[in-house]
Design a protein around this ligand. Structure first.
Ligand code: GLN
Length: 229
């Protein structure tokens, strides 16, 4: 498992995504090795799951530039690795995103999306119903971004928003192959352990169930704050 650029992109506890995957792999007896790749270092190609987090505009621009020059993440995904990209990391996977002044900045084109700067910041809790093809329960998370993301025909929306802004057109996140992008912090995989298991199952196949009591309490508490029961 490769945690990409913790020195540039790791807001709102996104590193928790790494911890959740590690814990859920170990609980099932699946051996796991975690590599933190700082932005001065090459991204190794041999990982199974890559994770990248959110960040402020400047580190995001720097990260996009370094990832493009490095090429390791492209090669890894080309070889069948899974990738979870959050917020700034998600925007970077597209063809372009909005910089500090809204100027277009080139992304790395791992997903058929492009982002621009929206009119106002999207901040707060988000809940969204996932594409039925993925068979996941409602997504819950926290969003904080200026960006609006346009999906091209090469990706599918990850979910339809119930509460919150997400991509800005009623959808939240997207996926293509084993690459998932989302605006959700929380961290996303602690709020949505089924999404963690989806990523893991893409690599190791069907997974044994594990006790999700703690996760379910967190999920329910957060969902209850936005969806009245
Ligand atoms: N800088 C990006 C935006 O505002 C991403 C923010 C984030 O990662 N939280 O849209």
């Amino acid at each position: 498992m490769v945690w990409v650029y913790p020195d540039l992109l790791s807001t709102y506890g996104d590193q928790g995504n790494v911890l959740v995957l590690e814990q859920r792999a170990r609980a099932r007896g699946i051996p796991v090795e975690i590599v933190h790749v700082r932005s001065a270092d090459p991204v190794p190609e041999g990982g199974d799951i890559y994770l990248i987090g959110g960040g402020e505009d400047r580190p995001q621009i720097l990260a996009a530039d370094r990832l493009r020059r490095d090429g390791g993440l492209h090669r890894a995904v080309g070889q069948g690795a899974a990738l979870l990209a959050v917020c700034a990391g998600y925007q970077i996977m597209g063809s372009a995103f909005g910089g500090e002044e809204g100027q277009p900045v080139a992304g790395i084109e791992l997903l058929d999306i492009s982002s621009t700067r929206g009119q106002r910041r999207a901040v707060g809790e988000l809940a969204a119903n996932v594409d039925p093809a993925l068979e996941l329960p409602t997504l819950t998370g926290f969003e904080n971004h200026m960006g609006v993301t346009h999906l091209g025909p090469g990706v599918r929306p990850l979910s339809q928003t119930v509460v919150g802004t997400g991509n800005g057109d009623g959808t939240e996140g997207c996926y293509a192959g084993k690459v998932v992008g989302t605006y959700l912090h929380g961290p996303a995989l602690a709020r949505n352990p089924a999404l963690a298991d989806l990523l893991m199952s893409w690599i190791v196949g069907p997974l044994a169930p594990i006790d999700d009591g703690w996760y379910n309490r967190l999920r329910q508490e957060r969902l209850n704050t936005v969806i009245p029961t």
